[in-house]
Design a protein around this ligand. Structure first.
Ligand code: GTP
Ligand code: MG
Length: 216
């Protein structure tokens, strides 16, 4: 029996090439946005990366674009505080969202960006898909389900991406996948396929590039 939420297969040659070409084009930082009024023109398909602070969003964007310093990645959780826009060629926007679930942030700061996040997810016409990143060592947590519920309500399709697979042992991965699949099953906006990635080892990068190239 096929498990619900199977792991995405490697792309065929045609899609792999489409993904390669997309990210071989100019990739640039466009701007960091702190209010809806600051969003760039909604003139092309857009995908965003959401996930807990420190899950590896910025590092994954760097791996996709092949540019190490493009999206800031750091050991300091909560470093990405703005909605950061990048171009992939001239055809797509790639969006790095601030991490959620970080402790120690002042409540006023958290509330301010939650409002912005909600407004962005619900109101961005050209947002085609959200990638919700989940740490492969732990699986989906309550805060991840909160964002999934937000995406359900906003009717934004989201696809789960497991990160840091290089850091997990097989048994731990199996239980993390079980937890994650059970969480996804509760969310109507969940895309029925999971992407396994390691930005460190390059796992899943071609697959993710091809998937983004296929979104228009
Ligand atoms: P915020 O911007 O705070 O929300 O965090 P983020 O989700 O952008 O995480 P970031 O990309 O900054 O990565 C956090 C830490 O995880 C960094 O030290 C990365 O080097 C590390 N990391 C990210 N991806 C991987 C991976 O695939 N494997 C390993 N081993 N480490 C990773
Ligand atoms: Mg970041």
């Amino acid at each position: 029996m096929q498990l619900p939420f199977p792991i995405a297969e490697a792309p065929d040659d045609h899609m792999r090439e489409a993904g390669r070409l997309l990210f071989a084009g100019e990739t640039d930082f466009v701007k960091g946005v702190v209010a809806m009024a600051g969003l760039p023109d909604a003139d092309r398909p857009e995908v965003c990366f959401a996930g807990r602070s420190n899950v590896g969003k910025s590092t994954l964007i760097n791996a996709l674009t092949g540019r190490k310093g493009l999206a800031r990645a750091s050991n300091t959780p909560g470093r990405t505080q703005e909605i950061n826009f990048f171009t992939a060629g001239d055809s797509h926007y790639i969006v790095d969202l601030p991490g959620y679930g970080f402790a120690n942030a002042p409540i006023a700061v958290v509330e301010k960006w939650q409002r912005l996040l909600r407004a962005y997810l619900a109101g961005r016409q050209t947002l085609r898909r959200a990638f919700v990143l989940v740490d492969a060592r732990h699986g989906a947590k309550a805060v991840d389900e909160e964002i999934m519920s937000l995406l359900d309500r906003a009717a934004v399709t989201f696809q789960c991406v497991m990160t840091k697979t290089d850091k997990v042992k097989k048994d731990d991965l199996d239980s993390a996948m079980e937890i994650t699949r059970a969480a996804l099953a509760k969310h109507p906006a969940a895309y029925p396929e999971i992407i396994m990635t390691s930005s460190e080892k390059g796992e899943g990068i071609e697959t993710l590039r091809a998937i983004i190239a296929g979104i228009d």
